[in-house]
Write a protein that binds this ligand. Structure first.
Ligand code: DP6
Length: 333
């Protein structure tokens, strides 16, 4: 019997989701998935994806199982093809992937998913890429996934090269020097209606604010880098809220408009502002979905979670510390 590449059980990897403090929205190259603006994120410990990849001789088609359901994904095939090309491999792969949080509802499942896929597929094919190469590979699946290769505070660069080889993420600061908590207020468990990819293409083509979004990104990134370098939490939080609201202004002025918020989202934003008026340093950020992510010091997380849980429209909360980068769980596990 043929032995599959990477051993009979292939390779498995775990990657954690991330949320952007300075947001990515818009591409400078759609085919290579190169972002038009840089971004800065934090990796989250509580939200992760486990992915196993096995290259199986004789398998006729690539198989992708997401949360135990057979799924079609052109992007997964795209990443597998890049890995095969690099490894000089023709075998099809069996990919099984599990998220420990709701998929496709603005909790960045594509970030953790493609980071885990890049690590697992490369190892299963016998490749030993650098973390930078893994970040570039993960980016081909999803822009935000390039950041989930690293833990803690991470910056993604747009680069300038036409081939996108300088569009990768890099670590900015490790978790230890500056622990932070993120309380996720889940206001809907339904998968989002417009994917980030389609949404950002629409914003680029139709929002009159898009050029301003791209023009002001460099300043926001520089400010956030400075906030992180000085461990200045109010500055980090204020900037994160600003970048989030600027992104949503761009979404709202796209045609058709992208309205990712529901009533619970807005109520949770107000809860965060009320807590701030009471003297608690807490700030929100929201992505392409209805969930509100509140940033605060670990000592305030329980209080913030309680206030958000009591907010009308909030179904549940989940608190996360900052998490590690993507890692291999062992090829023969
Ligand atoms: C709002 O990384 O999901 O979460 O590259 O098309 O897969 P693609 O987009 P994706 O977009 C993330 C958008 C965001 C902001 C962010 O994470 O920076």
């Amino acid at each position: 019997m043929d032995t599959p590449v990477g051993g009979p059980t292939g390779a498995a990897a775990r990657a954690h989701s991330n949320i952007a403090l300075i947001k990515y929205w818009g591409k400078r190259d759609e085919a290579l998935n190169v972002p038009a603006v840089g971004s800065i994120s934090i990796t989250l410990d509580a939200l992760s994806t486990d992915t196993r990849v096995t290259f199986v001789p004789g398998l006729r088609h690539d198989e992708f199982w997401l949360n135990d359901q057979r799924t079609q994904s052109k992007r997964v095939l795209g990443v597998l093809n890049l890995v095969r090309e690099r490894a000089g491999l023709s075998f099809r792969a069996r990919v099984t992937s599990t998220n420990n949080f709701p998929t496709g509802a603005g909790l960045a499942s594509s970030a953790s998913g493609f980071a885990a896929l890049a690590v697992a597929a490369s190892a299963a094919a016998g490749l030993t890429p650098s973390t930078r190469e893994l970040s570039i590979l993960a980016r081909r699946g999803s822009g935000s996934a390039a950041r989930s290769i690293y833990g803690g505070y991470v910056e993604m660069h747009t680069g300038t090269r036409p081939d996108g080889m300088d569009a990768f993420a890099e670590p900015v600061l490790d978790t230890d020097p500056w622990p932070l908590s993120v309380v996720v207020a889940i206001t809907s468990h339904t998968a989002k209606t417009v994917s980030s990819t389609l949404g950002m293409a629409g914003s680029r083509a139709t929002s009159p604010f898009y050029p301003a979004w791209v023009d002001t990104a460099k300043n926001d990134l520089a400010d956030m880098r400075a906030a992180i370098a000085t461990l200045d939490f109010p500055r980090l939080g204020e900037l994160a809220e600003y970048s989030c609201l600027k992104l949503h202004a761009l979404m709202l002025t796209s045609r058709p408009p992208l309205i990712y918020w529901n009533a619970g989202t807005v109520a949770a934003m107000h809860t965060v502002h009320e807590l701030r008026q009471q003297g608690i340093a807490v700030y929100f950020t929201i992505d392409a979905g209805p969930q509100v992510k509140a940033l605060c010091a670990p000592a305030d997380a329980a209080l913030v979670a309680r206030a958000l849980a009591e907010t009308p429209g909030v179904q549940e909360t989940r608190t996360s510390a900052l998490g590690p980068g993507a890692y291999l769980m062992g090829a023969q596990e």
